[in-house]
Design a protein around this ligand. Structure first.
Ligand SMILES: Nc1ncnc2c1ncn2[C@@H]1O[C@H](COP(=O)(O)OP(=O)(O)OP(=O)(O)O)[C@@H](O)[C@H]1O
Ligand SMILES: [Mg+2]
Length: 295
């Protein structure tokens, strides 16, 4: 079980993660959503041991794997159990696709070459790529690069996989294959996953729970059904991808108005009322039984 407790992280005096806490049971998939720059990638890097938090701690199976007082050398054994697909894949430009995939294997294990070659071919096969072992990353499309990054991360068969926007460079069909792959890794290997995504259809499909980050804090955590039923207009606006949304503050009928994402302050405790289904509404494409306010 992965437990993240009160993680704080700042850069140059700016507090990026204010207080992040959550836990995740083995085999579960959690999606993290939220606006750009609000700290999603920094959360993953703290879990992976690539950044050391300024406060709080991260536990895995009752063992502290990250805390401000831990020493750099202790992170090695953590990284073997955790795999990460970096935002934009982060391949080594000077290495071929095959060498990229083999890199963590060579670093952590002593395997015979033919076994490494088989892992490379199987990994590429899993992400739907063939015959690209000898190509350089610069010769691949963005979506191919991200799939090679995925093959590299899962080739170590980690217990916990961290995915930073795995579908952002992919077409809808390939995105759905990656969704299925994340689910398949859970079925076959009971892999635990944290997926940072902007892709709500992917989050609805794969997530056991969705956590929404706002200014370095989790302002919502719940199942896909719960987030869709949330009455917080900021959350509604984000998950529906609407720039403007009509709302009314409950008990203050005068303060109905429109929201503009970005300028809005998330107020999780406040109760809002979404407009009732009617002439002013269009259907929510994700859920035809639910009304969606029009602009
Ligand atoms: N190594 C670093 N040094 C200094 N500041 C950093 C560093 N990494 C991240 N930050 C800052 O932390 C904040 C959060 O960054 P992060 O990459 O986590 O955003 P994000 O939520 O992943 O955004 P996006 O959706 O665009 O990927 C940003 O303001 C960023 O500038
Ligand atoms: Mg990011």
């Amino acid at each position: 079980m992965l437990v993240v407790e009160h993680i704080r992280k700042h850069f140059n005096g700016k507090l990026v993660l204010q207080d992040i806490s959550f836990d995740l049971e083995p085999g579960k998939i959690m999606c993290i959503i939220g606006q750009s720059g609000h700290g999603k990638s920094v959360i993953l890097k703290n879990i992976m041991g690539l950044m050391i938090p300024d406060g709080g701690r991260i536990m895995y199976n009752n063992e502290v794997i990250s805390s401000p007082t831990m020493h750099e050398r202790d992170y090695g054994k953590v990284r073997r159990k955790f795999g990460m697909l970096f935002q934009g894949a982060a391949l080594f430009d000077s290495m071929t696709v095959g060498e990229n995939i083999a890199f963590p294997l060579r670093e952590h294990f002593h395997l015979p070459e033919d076994e490494i070659n088989k892992i490379i071919t199987d990994g590429l096969e899993m992400v739907g790529l063939h015959g690209v072992e000898k190509l350089m990353p610069a010769e691949l499309s963005g979506g191919m690069r991200s799939r090679v990054g995925l093959a590299r991360a899962v080739s170590m068969k980690p217990e916990v996989m961290l995915y930073d926007e795995p579908t952002s460079a992919l077409d809808p069909i390939m995105s759905d294959k990656i969704n299925d792959l994340i689910l398949e890794l859970r079925e076959k290997l009971n892999m635990t996953s944290i997926v940072v995504t902007h892709d709500m259809s992917s989050a609805y499909k794969i997530a056991d729970k969705i956590a929404m980050i706002f200014e370095g804090k989790i302002i919502f955590s719940g199942t896909p059904a719960e987030i869709r039923a949330s009455r917080n207009p900021y959350i509604q606006q984000f998950i529906r991808g609407q720039r403007k949304l009509y709302y009314a503050v409950e008990g203050e009928e005068e303060s109905a108005g429109t929201f503009d994402i970005g300028r809005l302050k998330a107020e999780p405790g406040r109760k809002f009322r979404m407009p009732a289904r009617g002439s002013d509404s269009v259907q929510d494409p994700e859920d035809p039984h639910r009304a969606m306010p029009s602009e």
